[in-house]
Design a protein around this ligand. Structure first.
Ligand SMILES: O=C(O)[C@H](O)COP(=O)(O)O
Length: 206
C-alpha cells in the first residue's frame, strides 16, 4: 500500500520580507504569505488530496499555513499535531539580525557557512545536522506510521526543518541538501511504498 506525505514550507513571513534571520522567533505571515499558503491549498485541492492527519511546528507562521491548506481542501477541523520538533533551525545569536548586515559584519563567506553548511552551527544556534537530529526521529516515531499504512499526511513547517526531512527521504548527503532551496508555499508530494522507500516525488512549483 502506498501512502502520501505532503511537505509545505510556510508562506512568506514578516521577517522573510524584512530579510531578518528568524529561526525560533515567532513571527506572523505577510499578506503575500497568507496568499501563498491559500494557493498551496488550492493546488492540493486540485489534485483531489484529502488528509488523514496534519503536523505542524510550534510556530505561528507554519500553523497558519497549515490551517489555510486545510481550509482550502475542506478539512478545517482535521486533527493537527503541533510540535516544536518541526520548528525552524534555531538561528541562535543571529536571530533578529538583518542578513545583509550580518554579511557586512562577519563577511559573505562566514554567513554563507552559517546559513548553508551542513554541520557548522551559527553562534548559539543549530546546524542543519542538529536540526535533522530532532526532525528525523520525530518523523520516524510520530508521522511515518500514518504514511506507511496508506494515509495522506500534511506537514506544514520550515525551510530548514523540511530540508532535514527531505535529506533523509531522498538519501542525499549533507553537501547535496544544502543546495536545495525550498520556495515558500511550494508543496512537495511524496508517495511512499509500504517498506518506506520513496515511490515518487512531485514538486508543485508556481
Ligand atoms: O529562519 C530563517 O531566517 C528563514 O526561515 C530561513 O533562513 P535561511 O534561508 O537563511 O536558512
Amino acid at each position: 500500500m502506498s501512502g502520501t506525505l505532503v511537505l509545505v514550507r510556510h508562506g512568506q513571513s514578516e521577517w522573510n520580507l524584512k530579510n531578518l534571520f528568524t529561526g525560533w522567533r515567532d513571527v506572523d505571515l505577510t499578506e503575500l504569505g497568507h496568499n501563498e499558503a491559500k494557493e498551496a491549498g488550492q493546488k492540493l485541492k486540485a489534485r483531489g488530496l484529502k488528509f488523514d492527519i496534519a503536523f505542524t511546528s510550534a510556530l505561528i507562521r507554519a500553523q497558519k499555513t497549515c490551517q489555510h491548506i486545510l481550509d482550502a481542501v475542506g478539512q478545517s477541523d482535521l486533527k493537527t499535531i503541533r510540535d516544536q520538533a518541526l520548528n525552524e533551525r534555531d538561528y541562535g545569536d543571529l536571530s533578529g539580525l538583518n542578513k545583509d548586515d550580518a554579511r557586512k559584519k562577519w563577511g559573505e563567506d562566514q554567513v554563507h557557512i552559517w546559513r548553508r553548511s551542513y554541520d557548522v552551527p551559527p553562534p548559539g544556534g543549530e546546524s542543519l545536522k542538529d536540526t535533522g537530529a530532532r526532525v528525523w526521529p520525530y518523523y520516524l516515531h510520530d508521522m511515518q506510521s500514518h504514511v506507511l499504512r496508506g494515509g495522506t499526511v500534511l506537514v506544514a513547517a520550515h525551510g530548514n526543518s523540511l530540508r532535514a526531512l527531505i535529506m533523509a527521504l531522498d538519501g542525499k548527503s549533507g553537501e547535496e541538501i544544502v543546495k536545495l532551496e525550498l520556495g515558500t508555499g511550494v508543496p512537495v508530494i511524496y508517495k511512499l511504498n509500504a517498506d518506506s522507500t520513496v515511490a515518487s516525488k512531485d514538486v508543485l512549483e508556481n
